[in-house]
Design a protein around this ligand. Structure first.
Ligand code: DGT
Ligand code: MG
Ligand code: MG
Ligand code: MG
Ligand code: MG
Length: 245
């Protein structure tokens, strides 16, 4: 189309190209999930079906958008990390974010170093731990201890992690350490190579058919509920991060 006199309005768009050589993190967080979970009668504090749905949706996003190297989710949020060298949508932040998001508020954050990116994921996982411990005690006090939500809140004011573990253990015989890892650690999605063996029916030149097994390496999104704060996870999966420098 020929340029019209209106074309100049294009220049009002600000450049949101993400800085080169940085990991691009798109974090989505459910909008007003507090209300959403009430409306849909989610189990408190954790609803396994909802958690599974989040994880399944995030997996689809990751499978669709190949430049995502790792994704981390907890509660109503998921962070998607694009590889440093990604040129998807010319690294335009708003394009990246809107294509990942649907009913979530999102933000794009850039992390230039592996340390920064690991610290970002550690921050989210620490948040997961703090909130889950609190929510677990809070709802146990309400659901099993017969306290009102106001009383439970009062009871937990100023308590440390050790106090919360102690309440669970001595009053409700719950060992927080044996709670499901998905709740304590959140969900980490990464690509993993798997050898897949399939049986194929091959036609031979003489028109005979022969069954053959073929092994090929396939990339699959794998979910983990492990610690990502320590070095072990990163040592076991050296392909996620690119070299610093
Ligand atoms: P926002 O993000 O500012 O629009 O507001 P919210 O309400 O989404 O707040 P946020 O994101 O800080 O907190 C997440 C909310 O979702 C919080 O109220 C707890 C709730 N939630 C997350 N997972 C579950 C679950 O599995 N079961 C239940 N019952 N609630 C959950
Ligand atoms: Mg929020
Ligand atoms: Mg939210
Ligand atoms: Mg949230
Ligand atoms: Mg268009």
């Amino acid at each position: 189309m020929a340029k019209s006199k209106f074309e100049y309005v294009r220049n009002f768009e600000t450049d949101d190209t993400c800085l080169r050589n940085c990991y691009i993190v798109v974090r989505l967080d459910g909008r007003n999930f507090h209300k959403f979970t009430e409306q849909h009668k989610f189990a408190k504090p954790n609803d396994n079906r909802a958690l599974g749905l989040m994880s399944r949706s995030a997996r689809s996003v990751m499978e669709e958008l190949e430049d995502i190297v790792i994704a981390y989710g907890q509660s109503d949020e998921f962070s998607f990390v694009f590889k440093r060298t990604s040129t998807w949508f010319k690294r335009r932040a708003s394009k990246l974010m809107t294509h990942v998001a649907s009913h979530f508020d999102g933000r794009v954050v850039l992390y230039p170093s592996n340390r920064n990116l690991k610290d970002y994921l550690s921050w989210r996982q620490a948040d997961c731990h703090v909130n889950n411990l609190y929510n677990t005690v809070f709802w146990t006090l309400v659901q099993k201890g017969g306290l009102t939500t106001a009383q439970a809140e009062e009871r937990l004011k100023g308590t440390l992690a050790a106090d919360k573990n102690e309440i669970l253990f001595s009053e409700f015989n719950i060992n927080y350490n044996t709670e499901p890892a998905v709740l304590k650690k959140g969900t980490t999605l990464i690509w993993e190579k798997r050898d897949e063996t399939v049986t194929k029916c091959m036609k031979l030149p003489n028109a005979e058919e022969k069954e053959m097994t073929v092994t090929r390496s396939r990339r699959r999104v794998q979910a983990h509920h492990c610690d990502v704060i320590g070095e072990q996870f990163w040592e076991e999966h050296p392909d996620i991060l690119e070299d610093d420098n």
